[in-house]
Design a protein around this ligand. Structure first.
Ligand code: ASP
Ligand code: MG
Length: 406
């Protein structure tokens, strides 16, 4: 007997038929003798609509009321899911975040889970009842409903699995698992049987939207075995696990990309101590996240060029903030370029293999793709290239790192 958390995403509970199909997957686990807790998202598209309505009243709607509105999608699906499971002859009960309770801080709209009290749930699971928990929501100390940020029901599921000490957390979605690259672009992308937490964390934050980044960080921290799989097929999914559980480690496990990058270049910036601090300080104060950074060596000993990236959405604001500080920083020009993409190769195998960056740059050069900015970490190399090369760069690297399906 095992204890399993099954999480169903928006497309897996998109209508009553889909919910009934999901309930059959719950039944299969119950019939196998397992204890099952279920976490649900809102029906696909519903949260967007709720966010739209809340925004329609005014851009600054009261954050606690925003949460009351946007949390409501999950109330509908958890009730319907409990009914659908009951209809299969299995006792089931729904729980809203506050009923569990899932205790969070009071950062409405992006709350963090502090603690999940599981006594009541565990007691019910032990009697063979299925607990159906509304994802994405919790309760603050103030007693108000909170939500965890978009995509937060993945985090609800992983947190619940950790709190319940579950043997597995199955995340049902509309793709069959985690792929070596985006299958819509790279036709030869393969589904991975296993991927390490660290790689998954990089892939999620680099734009592979299978799991919310925070949920992966939490799974890694608490050692929750996560499986990503499709509720539309019976194909086995991808297991997210510790490095020790990977049998055949590739040097590179995935090639991923993010179009949400924009490039800012400052020309003839004064080359003296404190300039970088004075440059990035105001950007941080304006809540603008800077991702990649390169500074050129100074040729004349006086000035230098500096390039960095921000999200596309922040580009105009970043330029404004810098214009405001032009005098103080002493640079001659700002070049803003939103037509860039960040392409990355990820793999824990590169810790023990030299030459990954070289192989990457060589493959891109052979196709005439110019690299604008480079950044690396222990398990990833990222390059910024012109956006029109997205497809070519992904396919080229996928082949260069031997990831193509036969
Ligand atoms: N329904 C919420 C959203 O769309 C939470 C989730 O689906 O993970 O963001
Ligand atoms: Mg989701």
């Amino acid at each position: 007997m095992a204890r399993i958390v099954q999480k169903f995403g928006g497309t897996s509970v998109a209508d009553v038929e889909r919910i009934q199909a999901a309930a059959l997957r719950v039944k299969a686990e119950v019939d196998a003798g397992n204890e099952v807790a279920v976490v649900v998202s809102a029906m696909a598209g519903v949260t967007n609509q709720l966010v739209g309505w809340a925004g329609g009243i005014g851009p600054r709607s009261d954050a606690p009321e925003y949460d009351v509105v946007v949390a409501s999608g999950e109330q509908v699906t958890c009730g319907l899911m409990a009914m659908a499971i009951q209809a299969l002859g299995i006792p089931a009960r729904s729980f809203l975040g506050w009923q569990v309770p899932v205790r969070t801080d009071d950062a409405h709209g992006k709350a963090r889970i502090l603690k999940i009290e599981t006594d009541e749930l565990a007691r019910r699971l032990a009697t063979g009842e299925v607990a159906v928990v509304a994802g994405f929501q919790g309760i603050a100390e103030s007693g108000r409903v909170t939500t965890l940020g978009r995509g937060g029901s993945d985090t609800s599921a992983v947190a619940l699995a950790a709190a319940l000490n579950a043997d597995r957390c199955d995340i049902y979605t509309d793709v069959e698992g985690v792929y070596t690259s985006d299958p819509r672009i790279v036709a030869k992308a393969r589904k991975l049987d296993r991927i390490t937490y660290e790689e998954m964390l990089e892939m999620a934050s680099l734009g592979a939207k299978v799991l919310q980044t925070r949920s992966v960080a939490m799974a890694m921290r608490y050692g929750v075995r996560v499986q990503v799989l499709s509720s539309f097929t019976d194909a086995p999914g991808t297991l997210v696990v510790d490095e020790g559980e990977i049998v055949e480690q590739q040097v590179v496990s995935g090639v991923t990309y993010s179009r949400d990058e924009a490039k800012v270049t400052l020309t003839q910036l004064q080359d003296r101590p404190g300039v970088a601090a004075r440059l990035f300080g105001p950007l941080a104060e304006a809540n603008i996240n800077v991702d990649m950074i390169v500074q050129n060596v100074s040729v004349d000993g006086q000035t230098t060029g500096l390039t960095f990236t921000v999200t596309k959405q922040d580009l105009d604001r970043a330029v404004q903030v810098l214009e405001g500080a032009r005098e103080e920083l002493g640079f001659s020009g700002i070049l803003a370029d939103p037509n860039v993409v960040k392409v990355s190769v990820v793999g824990v195998g590169m810790r023990s293999h030299a030459g990954v960056a070289q192989r990457m740059f060589g493959a891109l050069a052979e196709k005439g793709i110019n690299i604008q900015v480079i950044s690396t970490s222990e398990i990833k190399v990222s390059v910024l290239v012109p956006e029109e090369y997205t497809e070519l760069a992904l396919r080229t690297l996928h082949t260069a790192f031997d990831l193509d399906a036969e």
